[in-house]
Design a protein around this ligand. Sequence first.
Ligand code: MG
Ligand code: MG
Length: 264
Amino acid sequence: MIYLKTEDEIDLLRQANRLVGATLAEVAKFLRPGVTTRQIDQLSETFIRDHGAIPTFKGVPNANADPFPASVCTSVNEQVVHGIPNDIPLRDGDIVSVDCGALLNGFNGDSAYTFCIGEVSSDVKQLLKVTKESLYLGIDAAIAGRRIGDIGYAVQSHCEKFGYGVVRELVGHGIGREMHEDPMVPNFGHRGNGPIIKNGLCIAIEPMITMGSREIYVLDDGWTVITRDRKPAAHFEHTIAVHHGKAEIMSSFEEVEKIEGKIY
Ligand code: MG
Ligand code: MG
């Protein structure tokens, strides 16, 4: 069931999502070749807890594996999502997607950004640029009176123009008191299909886009999703509220992009 949020609830979601945006900005300041994803995790967990929130990903259960052991997901290169932080140093030319969730005053923030480490090849930069563009096209389609399929259509049609793969098995989601609520928000679909978008709808839109084939599989750790052809993947995510008829982005890349630059 889709639970539409009140103004007060949207305000609480906004606060949680701002904290997630600030956490990603802390990550951006810290990233350089030689940094490990475990260091990213520790920095993020400390920042989230110092601001009175709980990292929501830590301890998430999994029927096929141990609970998620970290506070952020860090997915490097061909890893699409749900990568587990480790002690392998990031190298010049890598990309790392950092997905961050925080629970603040009973409401969830959820946002992800794919960062470049040092100098990244131009074709990978294009993958990041197009994926991020598709996120904003999806957000622009989140208009009251339209349907969830309009969002997926906007994301998919943009990415497929460039020959990229749109992952089917993982989707965006409603968000509120629970990290994952109804409705599912696929990154593919048809205009005019799916649930109607209404004021008070709060969702995370999160294109997961591959440079090659869209086929994925899960590593033996039970979490890490990687591309079958081992080509790179990008993941950008914002949490939005439909408010006064259109989308308000509650998470933020503003601080991240002051550090990263807007080159892609
Ligand atoms: Mg996320
Ligand atoms: Mg999400």
